[in-house]
Design a protein around this ligand. Sequence first.
Ligand code: PBG
Length: 332
Amino acid sequence: MITAQFPAARLRRTRATEWSRSLHRETVLTPADLIWPVFVTEGEGVEQPIAALPGVSRWSVDLLVQRAREAMELGIPCLALFPNTQPERRSEDGAEALNPDNLMCRALRAIRDELGDGIGLLTDVALDPYTSHGQDGLIDDEGYVVNDRTVEALVGQSLNQARAGADIIAPSDMMDGRIAAIRSALEGEGHINVQIMSYAAKYASAYYGPFRDAVGSRGLLKGNKKTYQMDPANTEEALREVAMDLAEGADTVMVKPGLPYLDVLRRVKERFEVPVFAYQVSGEYALIEAGVAAGVADRDAMVLETLLAFKRAGASGVLTYHAVHAAKLLNG
Ligand code: PBG
């Protein structure tokens, strides 16, 4: 790097005015960088605030369609849908995931009917919103989540979502081999333009608690997810996960959680030069809101600075519960 010495070099020169700061800005954040995760619930005209996620609600399909339109009009390109499945529809094997009329499929069809291709629809693939035990896959007698039979179920879940109109299939389950199996099933059924965004490097994190409340699986989950989600101590393993998922046919990959794993995001971006997304998860959102409530900082500034950090680290986009708020700020 070539740089003059002080005072020939005064780095504050370019920072002196707002026009100059904006001219020299290296990273920009726009609403087009945001994916908005939303929670769907049964009923009509229903809004259920989620205590663990202040400012976030579950909506029935009819209200969700309105929210989707607002997001589209704000310039948010994609929604990520999560169903809150009624306890009576949950089972040991999560078969509701394969029901073509489940809440997720009804929400997909309703948004598609109303908005066409105006907004992208990403669907999570994992059995936890449908199992009575809250694990992401099928369990054996010891409660171990079995890999290969789970992958078969995830293939069925993916096809079910693609048939209902999903644009991006996002497996969040961390089973081995699922990307290849899902890709080949999608091709086999002619869903050639359905994308796969793999939750490639997903860690067994303490930051998912509020989400489990939102989908109704916190009370059900016994134990943890450490036999499939990654150890927070590991980065090389994350690179291997990403390499395998890309080789198996993922279009894009995700690192999750977000802010505590920016180093992983950066290494993935530099190594593979593919679009990488970050999931700013529920616990990260809740921490910001708790900080704001405690007077730690201004919400708007904290939200924008945090989202910009993902872009600076190399993210193509961010899944964030602050998407609508951030988009409004960015649109002025
Ligand atoms: C389900 C899934 C989880 C999240 C996204 N998909 C929870 C988990 O793995 O237990 C977490 C999202 C968040 O915390 O915001 N497989």
